[in-house]
Ligand binder design. Structure first.
Ligand code: COA
Ligand code: AMP
Length: 632
């Protein structure tokens, strides 16, 4: 039954979730249908589609080939940084994936084994992800902008049988060698990776370690195509690590069954994509957007997906996005607002835009960070198609607040990410868990269980899953974001209310930075908070108290801390601002008042906490911030 309107569709999803999600399950091909739509596991956590049998790579590839779409373009690779353009039809992509699946099999990778993928924006990364899905192995893609320490932490947690990498990537014209990072990470990790497969790219030759490292091409030549295995709906497809409020990232688990349904459902109803559309997510494989909407979503839906190895600016200019839309007749485009802020900064009058024909574009989606009204309006004027902000997280794997454009559209309210996606029931709660009324700001929570596709648990850390997401507000999933909902059901996200920050659409943990900053010999204590930035959305700011007797200068300390964070987290941290302060605001029990510091850094109104040990410190911090802003 085709949905009639958003309201009815939404109401049904909330009133009768089991039948609703049973109907949605029929959107995909199962080898055996689920035996139970919703059930509870031994940890008392909800699971969807127990007993269902499927294969995600089959749905993304074989299914289309078997249904006559073998010659349709599946993946278009456009790489301004290497000057390459390449297209794969569904049949060709299937063959490539079968071959990489064969390579993994040759290395003894079996169903349930983990494979870490630390690779740039090249087609082989997609082949590798789909190859894992094909043989039931669990991939964990690590963003190429992370340094060795971050990779090592993920190696220790995922314990991969094999690590796949390439010799390097290119950031505009800068070569980023990947292999030394891998070598360093393996050395740092306690878990020893036995096999590393290296794809040599011509601009970056990697040194190979005999006995451990295997050349991708040689292995490919020695391998046979591998068919798919049938997996259970509740078998994990991938683990994607994301920043939490401690230095240790959270391993978000994505299960095959719920994920496949969520991909088809969101492509159809949220993005309103037809099965022939050209869909482009301008993101990176290392983030959830790359997983869901460069690889799985568009392919499961039968679209053509675009893989862009370039940047919004500098590859070669701020017209790159418009060129891609024109050249490949992109119908639906999705990227982070920061990318458009970058374009607008260098080409404010959109002169380069005028060179291209973007008439194929039907809708523009934005997510990953708050979309400022100015960028939204600039885009609306320029593109003359609906510009749709939508909100979701690594944890959900697909949109939670969005226009369901495949059903019906409603007016955009600038500053709002839209209304709830069917299946998601939101509430706004105060700190004690009491529901708040319309337009009152509080913690954004979602009735538990979350719909299919959202995380069922964290990788080998059920206690942390329960403590982070379920314990703060019983009966709900806690999103970590603050928000308010207006009388018409529009949700306005006001930003994270925990220690997670969002730098140019990259999710990072300030606690991770704090551990590094605190390890400097001159530092007595510190707090790192996110500060609003008109270009990157947020940037980290370190407030540091020196050990008594330390004579290090502000300049010297900043230089050392910046390079320490860069070496351990990666360049992507954009940690560039440090101020030395006399003392930090604390509670009487000695806890640093981060929330208050965040408000001061962002020049927001705040209430002096009743628990503060000495309120006069807040005036001092305000003065430091004023001086810092003047000198920026
Ligand atoms: N591998 C290695 N290094 C990387 C990297 C990668 N995959 N991605 C970023 N970096 C490096 C950059 O080279 C840069 O290094 P530098 O400090 O030596 O110059 C640093 O990390 C910061 O990068 P970035 O945050 O990308 O800032 P930028 O100023 O180079 O570019 C934007 C700004 C807005 C163009 C860019 O951040 C962007 O395209 N953002 C979109 C984000 C996105 O897609 N988010 C996904 C959610 S939808
Ligand atoms: P990630 O898990 O990396 O996708 O980051 C998710 C976080 O990014 C959310 O919890 C929000 O804080 C932020 N975010 C994502 N999309 C939006 C949006 N449209 N508006 C505001 N914040 C967003």
């Amino acid at each position: 039954m085709a949905p009639k309107n958003y309201y009815d569709f939404y109401q049904r999803s909330i009133k009768d979730p089991v039948n609703f999600w049973q109907e949605q399950a029929a959107l995909i091909h199962w080898f055996e249908p689920p035996k139970e739509i919703l059930s509870k596991d031994e940890d008392d956590l909800y699971r969807w589609y127990k007993g269902g049998k499927l294969n995600t790579a089959y749905l993304a590839l074989d299914y289309h080939v078997e249904n006559g779409k073998g010659d349709q373009q599946a993946l278009i690779y456009d790489s301004p940084v290497t000057g390459q353009q390449k297209t794969y039809t569904y049949s060709q992509l299937l063959h490539e994936v079968e071959m990489v699946a064969g390579m993994l099999k040759q290395l003894g990778v079996n169903k349930g084994d983990r494979v870490i993928i630390y690779m740039p924006m090249i087609p082989e990364t997609a082949f590798a992800m789909l190859a894992c899905a094909r043989i039931g192995a669990i991939h964990s893609v690590v963003f190429g902008g992370f340094a060795a320490h971050e990779l090592a932490v993920r190696i220790d947690d995922a314990q991969p049988k094999v690590l796949l990498t390439a010799s390097g990537g290119k950031e505009i014209d800068k070569i980023i060698p990947y292999k030394p990072v891998v070598d360093n990470a393996i050395e740092k990790a306690e878990y020893k990776v036995e096999k590393v497969v290296v794809l040599q790219r011509e601009f970056a030759k990697a040194d190979m370690q005999t006995g451990r490292d295997i050349d991708w091409i040689e292995l490919h030549q020695a391998s046979q195509p591998e068919t798919y295995v049938i997996v259970d709906a509740n078998d994990p497809l991938y683990i994607l690590y994301t920043s939490g409020t401690t230095g240790k990232p959270k391993g978000v688990i994505r299960e095959n069954g719920g994920h496949a349904v969520a991909m088809k459902y969101s492509m159809k109803y949220v993005y309103g994509a037809s099965e022939e559309d050209v869909y482009w997510a301008g993101s990176d494989y290392g983030w959830v957007v790359g997983h869901s909407y460069i690889v799985y979503g568009p392919l499961i839906h039968g679209c053509t997906t675009i893989l862009f190895e370039g940047k919004p600016i500098g590859t070669p200019d701020a017209g790159a996005f418009w060129r891609i839309i024109d050249e490949y007749k992109v119908n639906i485009f999705f990227t982070a607002p920061t990318a458009f802020r970058a374009i607008r900064k260098v080409d404010p009058n959109a002169e380069l835009f005028k060179k291209y024909d973007i008439s194929s574009l039907k809708r523009q989606f934005l997510a990953g960070e708050r979309c400022d009204v100015s960028t939204l309006e600039w885009l609306q004027d320029l593109l003359k198609v609906p510009v749709i902000d939508h909100w979701w997280q690594t944890e959900s794997g697909s949109p939670m607040i969005a226009q369901m454009t495949g059903i019906e559209m409603y007016a955009v309210k600038p500053g709002s990410s839209g209304k709830a996606v069917a299946g998601y029931e939101f509430d706004i709660l105060d700190e004690s868990g009491n529901p708040l009324g319309p337009n009152e700001e509080g913690a954004l929570v979602i009735k538990y269980p979350l719909p299919p596709g959202a995380l069922p648990n964290l990788w080998q850390d059920t206690d942390r899953f329960k403590a982070s997401y379920l314990a703060p507000f019983p009966g709900y999933y806690f999103s970590g974001d603050g928000a308010y909902i207006d009388e018409e059901g529009y949700i306005f996200i006001t930003g994270r209310i925990d220690d997670v920050i969002n730098v140019a659409g990259h999710r990072l943990s300030t606690s991770d930075f704090e551990e590094i900053v605190a390890s400097h010999p001159a530092v007595s204590e510190c707090a790192v908070v996110g500060m609003a930035d008109s270009y990157k959305g947020q940037i980290p700011l370190g407030m540091v108290v020196l050990k008594s007797g330390s004579t290090i200068s502000q300049e010297e300390l900043s230089k050392e801390l910046i390079s320490m964070v860069r070496a351990q987290v990666g360049a992507v941290a954009s940690f560039k601002n440090v101020i030395i302060v006399n003392r930090l605001p604390k509670t009487r029990s000695g806890k640093i008042l981060r929330k208050t510091l965040r408000a001061i850094a962002d020049e927001k109104d705040y209430q002096v906490p009743s628990t503060i040990e000495d309120g006069s410190v807040l005036g001092e911090i305000e003065e430091y911030m004023e001086e810092f802003r003047e000198n920026r």
